[in-house]
Design a protein around this ligand. Structure first.
Ligand code: PMP
Length: 373
């Protein structure tokens, strides 16, 4: 007997273009081994927890005031991190931050997409790109990848030239397939694009490829590189995404962002977490090694994993991916059915979690073999 519970979605004066759509919905289940949302499996070290707690305690005394609307100090810290990580000199004026890179991407679509405009992406890719496009009433234009899910630069450039989208999304490394995109293919995309190109580098720390940030100087009016602290930085719960671009791009985003969108605790906690970047990012090498081990073991079991530059692996084939997903869940291992026929995606976890996953995968193989005998 929930108040108003008899009213259904169909009773609401919802926008016609949102009717029948599904929300983003990675299952949040209480399972022992959760390898479905590409987080860093290692919790923050005690020093980081202490620092975050102390930083938030300090800003708590000033919570009667709005936070710094422009998050100047946080952006300076992020710029310093990017400069160190990429070798490209990035200033605070080149950086923008929001509550997760999802909000960054939404702000980009609010400014550069919208009614009468379109956004193109190469599918399969991150499911939020079309969802955010729908929310901002930006027409979504899907374009293909190669059969092995990698991005074909020249073909991508031709699709862009034909469709003339206002926004192009390139996810590198791509979620859920794992491959990253080289600078030459990105240049082909940038040369062809009439509008902005968003390179979504949520998983870039796990890749050995050069960041697209190296191309901002060549294409300052087009290129936006989005990043997040949710993955390698082990800060998914802190909700901090950011981008690098020419300062003019950030001026454009100021027109659409909500005032005071980043809370004072968020800014303080993110700055404290950044001070421990070396420790948190230290896990990247271990996760990359574990990725190699998981891929090898899957191959030995007879699966065909897709080569990955990220902290997850897409693998198959399954006759019915949804039934296979359930089999893993029954063994206490939550992975992801990303809607690609015959495939499932697993996040690289701790060695123990990966062992549990591989044991479940071995059971799945045995079960499939028994059924087909
Ligand atoms: N981009 C990609 C490619 C992702 O996979 C994700 C998270 N699943 C995001 C952006 C958004 O992450 P967040 O909002 O936590 O930064």
């Amino acid at each position: 007997d929930v108040l108003g519970g008899d009213t259904t979605l169909a009773d609401l004066p919802l926008r016609a273009d949102l009717r029948g759509r599904s929300p983003y919905g990675a299952p949040q289940l209480d399972v022992a081994v959760r390898l479905n949302t590409n987080e860093n499996p290692y919790p923050p070290p005690p020093e980081l927890v202490r620092d975050v707690t102390e930083a938030v305690r300090q800003v708590a005394a000033g919570l009667h005031r709005y936070p710094d609307r422009d998050a100047a100090e946080l952006r300076a810290d992020l710029a310093a991190y990017l400069t160190g990580a990429t070798g490209v000199t990035v200033s605070a004026a080149n950086v923008w931050a929001a509550n997760g890179s999802n909000e960054v991407l939404q702000q980009i679509l609010q400014a550069f997409g919208g009614p009468g405009r379109s956004a193109l992406g190469f599918e399969p890719s991150y499911s939020m790109h079309p969802i955010l496009s729908a929310g901002t009433r930006t027409d979504w234009v899907p374009a293909p990848r190669r059969a092995d899910f990698s991005l074909d630069g020249p073909a991508a450039a031709r699709a862009i030239a034909e469709k003339q989208p206002d926004v192009v999304f390139v996810t590198s490394p791509n979620n859920p397939t794992g491959q990253s995109v080289g600078l030459d293919d990105l240049r082909a995309v940038l040369d062809a694009a009439p509008g902005v190109v968003v390179v979504d580098e949520a998983y870039v720390e796990f890749s050995s490829r050069t960041s697209a940030i190296a191309l901002i100087a060549e294409h300052p009016a087009k290129l936006i590189v989005s990043r997040t602290m949710s993955k390698a930085f082990a800060f998914a719960g802190g909700r901090l995404g950011y981008l690098a671009a020419a300062p003019a791009v950030i001026e454009a985003l100021l027109l659409v962002r909500l005032p005071y969108h980043l809370s004072a605790p968020t800014q303080a906690a993110a700055r404290a977490a950044l001070r421990h970047a070396e420790a948190t990012l230290g896990s990247v090498k271990d996760l990359v090694d574990e990725r190699g081990r998981v891929v090898e073991a899957l191959r030995r079991l007879g699966f065909t994993p897709v080569d990955s530059d990220a902290n997850f692996v897409l693998f198959g084939p399954f006759a019915e991916a949804d039934r296979a997903w359930r089999r893993f869940l029954d063994r206490g291992v939550l992975i992801r059915d990303v809607g690609i026929p015959g495939h499932l995606r697993v996040t690289v976890g701790t060695p123990e979690e990966n062992d549990a996953f591989l044991a479940a995968a071995e059971d799945a193989v045995a079960e499939i073999a028994a059924q087909t005998e």
